[in-house]
Design a protein around this ligand. Structure first.
Ligand code: ATP
Ligand code: MG
Length: 319
Protein backbone atom coordinates (compact mmCIF):
# COMPACT_ATOMS: atom_id res chain seq x y z
CA UNK A 1 0.00 0.00 0.00
CA UNK A 2 1.22 3.46 -0.76
CA UNK A 3 2.64 5.37 2.17
CA UNK A 4 1.64 9.00 2.11
CA UNK A 5 3.69 11.31 4.27
CA UNK A 6 2.01 14.25 5.97
CA UNK A 7 2.87 17.67 4.62
CA UNK A 8 4.53 20.21 6.90
CA UNK A 9 2.24 22.54 8.69
CA UNK A 10 4.42 25.49 7.78
CA UNK A 11 3.29 25.76 4.24
CA UNK A 12 2.81 29.43 3.70
CA UNK A 13 3.42 30.17 0.09
CA UNK A 14 3.37 33.51 -1.54
CA UNK A 15 2.20 33.64 -5.12
CA UNK A 16 4.68 33.95 -7.91
CA UNK A 17 3.82 37.06 -9.89
CA UNK A 18 2.00 36.24 -13.11
CA UNK A 19 4.38 36.46 -15.98
CA UNK A 20 3.56 36.50 -19.62
CA UNK A 21 7.19 36.33 -20.60
CA UNK A 22 9.34 33.86 -22.44
CA UNK A 23 8.84 31.02 -19.97
CA UNK A 24 8.00 27.76 -21.69
CA UNK A 25 4.48 26.31 -21.74
CA UNK A 26 3.62 22.63 -22.04
CA UNK A 27 3.71 20.60 -24.16
CA UNK A 28 7.33 21.20 -24.90
CA UNK A 29 10.19 19.04 -26.08
CA UNK A 30 12.31 18.11 -23.11
CA UNK A 31 15.92 19.19 -23.02
CA UNK A 32 18.28 16.35 -23.94
CA UNK A 33 19.17 14.41 -20.82
CA UNK A 34 22.64 13.63 -22.15
CA UNK A 35 23.76 17.18 -21.35
CA UNK A 36 23.70 16.38 -17.63
CA UNK A 37 26.84 17.74 -16.00
CA UNK A 38 28.05 14.42 -14.68
CA UNK A 39 29.13 11.98 -17.38
CA UNK A 40 28.30 8.79 -15.53
CA UNK A 41 24.91 10.24 -14.72
CA UNK A 42 24.37 11.11 -18.34
CA UNK A 43 25.12 7.54 -19.41
CA UNK A 44 22.61 6.05 -17.01
CA UNK A 45 20.07 8.79 -17.71
CA UNK A 46 20.14 8.03 -21.40
CA UNK A 47 19.24 4.41 -20.78
CA UNK A 48 16.43 4.74 -18.19
CA UNK A 49 12.82 5.23 -19.21
CA UNK A 50 9.64 5.08 -17.15
CA UNK A 51 8.96 1.50 -18.29
CA UNK A 52 12.27 0.44 -16.66
CA UNK A 53 11.01 1.58 -13.27
CA UNK A 54 8.70 -0.08 -10.79
CA UNK A 55 6.90 2.18 -8.32
CA UNK A 56 7.30 1.01 -4.73
CA UNK A 57 5.68 3.72 -2.61
CA UNK A 58 4.85 7.38 -2.36
CA UNK A 59 7.60 9.31 -0.57
CA UNK A 60 5.75 12.59 -0.43
CA UNK A 61 3.63 15.15 -2.15
CA UNK A 62 5.22 18.48 -2.92
CA UNK A 63 3.94 21.61 -4.44
CA UNK A 64 5.21 20.37 -7.78
CA UNK A 65 3.83 16.84 -7.83
CA UNK A 66 4.34 13.46 -6.24
CA UNK A 67 7.64 11.81 -5.37
CA UNK A 68 7.80 8.01 -5.56
CA UNK A 69 10.37 5.53 -4.41
CA UNK A 70 11.08 3.42 -7.51
CA UNK A 71 13.25 0.45 -8.37
CA UNK A 72 15.02 -0.14 -11.65
CA UNK A 73 13.58 -3.50 -12.77
CA UNK A 74 16.84 -4.84 -14.17
CA UNK A 75 19.50 -3.41 -11.84
CA UNK A 76 17.32 -3.16 -8.67
CA UNK A 77 18.81 0.27 -8.01
CA UNK A 78 16.51 2.49 -5.96
CA UNK A 79 15.69 6.01 -7.09
CA UNK A 80 13.29 8.80 -6.19
CA UNK A 81 11.00 9.78 -9.06
CA UNK A 82 9.29 13.16 -9.01
CA UNK A 83 6.24 13.17 -11.27
CA UNK A 84 4.68 16.46 -12.27
CA UNK A 85 1.33 16.08 -13.93
CA UNK A 86 0.82 17.45 -17.40
CA UNK A 87 -2.34 19.32 -16.42
CA UNK A 88 -0.67 21.29 -13.63
CA UNK A 89 -0.88 25.07 -13.72
CA UNK A 90 1.59 27.35 -15.53
CA UNK A 91 3.33 28.51 -12.34
CA UNK A 92 4.07 24.94 -11.45
CA UNK A 93 5.31 24.22 -14.94
CA UNK A 94 7.67 27.16 -14.71
CA UNK A 95 8.95 25.74 -11.43
CA UNK A 96 9.50 22.29 -12.83
CA UNK A 97 11.40 23.65 -15.80
CA UNK A 98 13.52 25.71 -13.47
CA UNK A 99 14.22 22.67 -11.33
CA UNK A 100 15.10 20.58 -14.39
CA UNK A 101 17.44 23.23 -15.69
CA UNK A 102 19.28 23.46 -12.38
CA UNK A 103 19.40 19.73 -11.65
CA UNK A 104 20.83 19.07 -15.11
CA UNK A 105 23.60 21.59 -14.47
CA UNK A 106 24.63 20.54 -11.00
CA UNK A 107 27.24 17.96 -10.15
CA UNK A 108 28.10 18.09 -6.48
CA UNK A 109 28.13 15.47 -3.71
CA UNK A 110 26.18 17.98 -1.62
CA UNK A 111 23.34 18.47 -4.08
CA UNK A 112 20.83 15.69 -4.79
CA UNK A 113 21.85 14.04 -8.04
CA UNK A 114 19.61 13.92 -11.08
CA UNK A 115 19.78 10.66 -13.05
CA UNK A 116 17.46 11.63 -15.84
CA UNK A 117 14.49 13.60 -17.00
CA UNK A 118 11.83 12.14 -19.23
CA UNK A 119 8.28 12.67 -20.39
CA UNK A 120 5.63 9.97 -20.16
CA UNK A 121 3.16 9.41 -23.02
CA UNK A 122 0.53 11.07 -20.78
CA UNK A 123 2.60 14.25 -20.83
CA UNK A 124 3.66 13.92 -17.17
CA UNK A 125 7.21 15.10 -16.55
CA UNK A 126 9.44 12.81 -14.50
CA UNK A 127 12.66 13.74 -12.73
CA UNK A 128 14.69 10.73 -11.65
CA UNK A 129 16.85 11.49 -8.61
CA UNK A 130 19.14 9.63 -6.30
CA UNK A 131 17.15 8.09 -3.47
CA UNK A 132 17.90 9.54 -0.06
CA UNK A 133 16.75 6.79 2.26
CA UNK A 134 16.52 8.71 5.53
CA UNK A 135 14.25 11.36 4.05
CA UNK A 136 14.40 15.01 5.01
CA UNK A 137 15.98 16.72 8.03
CA UNK A 138 12.45 17.75 8.90
CA UNK A 139 11.27 14.15 9.10
CA UNK A 140 14.40 13.18 11.08
CA UNK A 141 13.63 15.95 13.54
CA UNK A 142 10.13 14.54 13.99
CA UNK A 143 11.22 10.93 14.38
CA UNK A 144 14.53 11.30 16.26
CA UNK A 145 14.13 14.60 18.09
CA UNK A 146 16.46 17.58 18.20
CA UNK A 147 20.02 17.56 16.88
CA UNK A 148 23.13 17.87 19.08
CA UNK A 149 25.71 20.57 18.34
CA UNK A 150 28.27 18.17 16.82
CA UNK A 151 25.60 16.79 14.49
CA UNK A 152 24.53 20.30 13.54
CA UNK A 153 28.14 21.30 12.88
CA UNK A 154 28.30 18.38 10.47
CA UNK A 155 24.99 19.35 8.84
CA UNK A 156 26.13 22.99 8.58
CA UNK A 157 29.43 21.97 6.97
CA UNK A 158 27.71 19.82 4.36
CA UNK A 159 25.01 22.37 3.51
CA UNK A 160 27.66 25.10 3.30
CA UNK A 161 29.64 22.95 0.89
CA UNK A 162 26.49 22.53 -1.21
CA UNK A 163 25.80 26.26 -1.10
CA UNK A 164 29.43 26.96 -1.95
CA UNK A 165 28.96 24.90 -5.10
CA UNK A 166 25.61 26.50 -5.98
CA UNK A 167 26.64 30.09 -5.26
CA UNK A 168 29.88 29.47 -7.16
CA UNK A 169 27.69 28.56 -10.14
CA UNK A 170 25.48 31.62 -9.57
CA UNK A 171 22.55 29.55 -8.37
CA UNK A 172 20.51 30.81 -5.43
CA UNK A 173 18.36 28.17 -3.79
CA UNK A 174 15.76 30.51 -2.21
CA UNK A 175 13.88 27.74 -0.38
CA UNK A 176 16.34 26.26 2.10
CA UNK A 177 14.52 24.67 5.03
CA UNK A 178 14.65 21.35 6.90
CA UNK A 179 12.19 19.72 4.46
CA UNK A 180 14.38 20.55 1.48
CA UNK A 181 17.52 18.93 2.90
CA UNK A 182 17.70 15.20 2.25
CA UNK A 183 19.72 12.63 4.19
CA UNK A 184 20.99 9.15 3.38
CA UNK A 185 22.16 6.31 5.62
CA UNK A 186 25.75 7.60 5.47
CA UNK A 187 24.39 10.77 7.09
CA UNK A 188 25.21 12.67 3.94
CA UNK A 189 23.06 15.78 3.74
CA UNK A 190 22.16 17.08 0.27
CA UNK A 191 20.33 20.13 -0.93
CA UNK A 192 17.15 19.34 -2.87
CA UNK A 193 14.09 20.96 -4.37
CA UNK A 194 15.10 23.65 -6.81
CA UNK A 195 11.55 24.57 -7.80
CA UNK A 196 11.94 28.22 -6.85
CA UNK A 197 15.69 28.61 -7.28
CA UNK A 198 17.18 31.17 -9.53
CA UNK A 199 20.17 31.19 -11.81
CA UNK A 200 21.67 34.63 -11.67
CA UNK A 201 22.61 36.17 -14.97
CA UNK A 202 24.95 38.73 -13.47
CA UNK A 203 27.00 38.48 -10.31
CA UNK A 204 24.64 40.60 -8.23
CA UNK A 205 21.50 40.33 -10.27
CA UNK A 206 18.37 41.69 -8.64
CA UNK A 207 16.46 38.88 -7.00
CA UNK A 208 13.26 40.14 -5.53
CA UNK A 209 10.39 37.99 -6.74
CA UNK A 210 8.10 36.48 -4.13
CA UNK A 211 8.60 32.76 -4.29
CA UNK A 212 9.30 30.03 -1.81
CA UNK A 213 8.05 29.32 1.68
CA UNK A 214 7.91 32.64 3.43
CA UNK A 215 8.65 31.31 6.94
CA UNK A 216 12.35 30.91 6.11
CA UNK A 217 12.66 34.08 4.05
CA UNK A 218 15.12 36.75 5.07
CA UNK A 219 13.75 40.15 6.18
CA UNK A 220 14.89 41.86 2.97
CA UNK A 221 13.14 39.26 0.85
CA UNK A 222 9.98 39.27 2.94
CA UNK A 223 9.70 43.04 2.87
CA UNK A 224 11.79 44.42 -0.01
CA UNK A 225 10.26 47.90 0.31
CA UNK A 226 11.70 48.43 3.77
CA UNK A 227 14.96 46.64 3.22
CA UNK A 228 15.71 47.86 -0.30
CA UNK A 229 14.31 46.42 -3.52
CA UNK A 230 17.52 45.07 -4.97
CA UNK A 231 19.61 42.86 -2.78
CA UNK A 232 22.12 40.13 -2.73
CA UNK A 233 20.06 36.93 -2.94
CA UNK A 234 22.97 34.76 -1.85
CA UNK A 235 22.68 36.28 1.63
CA UNK A 236 19.03 35.13 1.72
CA UNK A 237 20.20 31.50 1.56
CA UNK A 238 22.48 32.16 4.56
CA UNK A 239 19.55 33.51 6.59
CA UNK A 240 17.53 30.37 5.76
CA UNK A 241 20.46 28.16 6.74
CA UNK A 242 20.72 29.90 10.14
CA UNK A 243 16.98 29.45 10.78
CA UNK A 244 17.14 25.82 9.67
CA UNK A 245 19.98 24.98 12.09
CA UNK A 246 18.24 26.80 14.91
CA UNK A 247 15.02 24.87 14.26
CA UNK A 248 16.88 21.55 14.29
CA UNK A 249 18.45 22.50 17.64
CA UNK A 250 15.31 23.89 19.30
CA UNK A 251 12.80 21.46 17.79
CA UNK A 252 10.38 24.09 16.54
CA UNK A 253 10.28 27.02 14.14
CA UNK A 254 12.49 29.52 16.01
CA UNK A 255 10.43 32.68 15.51
CA UNK A 256 7.35 31.23 17.20
CA UNK A 257 6.58 29.27 20.37
CA UNK A 258 6.28 25.49 19.91
CA UNK A 259 3.01 24.46 18.31
CA UNK A 260 1.98 27.90 17.07
CA UNK A 261 0.85 27.90 13.47
CA UNK A 262 2.17 30.96 11.77
CA UNK A 263 0.14 33.17 9.53
CA UNK A 264 1.58 35.66 7.10
CA UNK A 265 1.09 38.72 9.34
CA UNK A 266 2.66 37.02 12.38
CA UNK A 267 5.66 36.01 10.32
CA UNK A 268 5.98 39.47 8.82
CA UNK A 269 6.03 41.06 12.29
CA UNK A 270 8.43 38.51 13.73
CA UNK A 271 10.88 38.43 10.83
CA UNK A 272 10.88 42.05 9.78
CA UNK A 273 10.17 43.96 12.99
CA UNK A 274 11.37 41.60 15.72
CA UNK A 275 14.87 40.69 16.83
CA UNK A 276 16.38 37.59 15.20
CA UNK A 277 15.92 34.51 17.39
CA UNK A 278 18.93 33.39 19.39
CA UNK A 279 20.07 30.20 21.03
CA UNK A 280 19.26 29.11 24.57
CA UNK A 281 21.95 29.71 27.22
CA UNK A 282 23.33 26.18 27.21
CA UNK A 283 24.51 26.51 23.59
CA UNK A 284 28.25 26.90 23.02
CA UNK A 285 29.86 30.22 22.16
CA UNK A 286 30.89 28.93 18.72
CA UNK A 287 27.37 27.85 17.83
CA UNK A 288 25.89 31.09 19.12
CA UNK A 289 28.37 33.11 17.09
CA UNK A 290 27.73 31.03 13.95
CA UNK A 291 23.97 31.57 14.20
CA UNK A 292 24.50 35.30 14.75
CA UNK A 293 26.63 35.47 11.61
CA UNK A 294 23.77 33.88 9.64
CA UNK A 295 20.86 35.75 11.22
CA UNK A 296 21.98 39.34 10.77
CA UNK A 297 18.92 41.33 9.75
CA UNK A 298 21.00 43.53 7.48
CA UNK A 299 21.98 41.31 4.61
CA UNK A 300 25.33 43.00 4.03
CA UNK A 301 26.38 42.09 7.58
CA UNK A 302 25.62 38.41 7.06
CA UNK A 303 28.64 36.22 6.48
CA UNK A 304 29.21 34.62 3.09
CA UNK A 305 29.49 30.88 2.53
CA UNK A 306 33.29 31.14 2.28
CA UNK A 307 33.49 33.01 5.59
CA UNK A 308 31.17 30.57 7.33
CA UNK A 309 33.15 27.57 6.09
CA UNK A 310 36.09 29.01 8.05
CA UNK A 311 33.99 29.65 11.19
CA UNK A 312 35.20 27.77 14.32
CA UNK A 313 31.78 26.10 14.70
CA UNK A 314 32.23 24.10 11.49
CA UNK A 315 36.04 23.96 11.58
CA UNK A 316 36.71 22.81 15.12
CA UNK A 317 35.79 19.15 14.62
CA UNK A 318 36.48 18.21 11.02
CA UNK A 319 35.61 14.61 10.13
P1 ATP B 1 7.41 21.80 -1.24
O1 ATP B 1 6.76 22.02 -2.54
O2 ATP B 1 6.70 22.39 -0.08
O3 ATP B 1 8.87 22.14 -1.24
P2 ATP B 1 8.28 19.19 -0.91
O4 ATP B 1 9.67 19.65 -0.69
O5 ATP B 1 7.74 18.28 0.13
O6 ATP B 1 7.25 20.32 -1.04
P3 ATP B 1 9.08 17.66 -3.17
O7 ATP B 1 10.42 18.20 -3.42
O8 ATP B 1 8.26 17.39 -4.36
O9 ATP B 1 8.20 18.59 -2.38
O10 ATP B 1 9.25 16.35 -2.31
C1 ATP B 1 8.18 15.72 -1.63
C2 ATP B 1 8.74 14.79 -0.59
O11 ATP B 1 9.32 13.66 -1.22
C3 ATP B 1 9.87 15.40 0.26
O12 ATP B 1 9.38 16.11 1.36
C4 ATP B 1 10.65 14.17 0.65
O13 ATP B 1 10.07 13.57 1.80
C5 ATP B 1 10.46 13.23 -0.53
N1 ATP B 1 11.61 13.26 -1.45
C6 ATP B 1 11.85 14.15 -2.43
N2 ATP B 1 12.97 13.87 -3.09
C7 ATP B 1 13.48 12.76 -2.51
C8 ATP B 1 14.67 11.96 -2.74
N3 ATP B 1 15.54 12.26 -3.70
N4 ATP B 1 14.87 10.89 -1.95
C9 ATP B 1 13.99 10.57 -0.97
N5 ATP B 1 12.87 11.28 -0.69
C10 ATP B 1 12.61 12.36 -1.46
MG1 MG C 1 10.55 20.73 -0.96
Amino acid sequence: MALVRERRQLNLRLPIPERSDHRPRFPLPLPPTTTTANTSTATSAASITSSDLEKLQVLGHGNGGTVYKVRHKRTSTLYALKVVHSDSDPTLRRQVFREMEILRRTDSPHVVRCHGIFEKPSGDICILMEYMDLGTLDSLLKTHGTFSEPKLADVARQVLNGLNYLHGHKIIHRDLKPSNLLVNDKMEVKIADFGVSKIMCRTLDACNSYVGTCAYMSPERFDPDTYGGNYNGYAGDIWSLGLTLLELYMGHFPFLPPGQRPDWATLMCAICFGEPPSLPEQASEEFRSFIECCLQKESNKRWTVAQLLAHPFVCKDPR
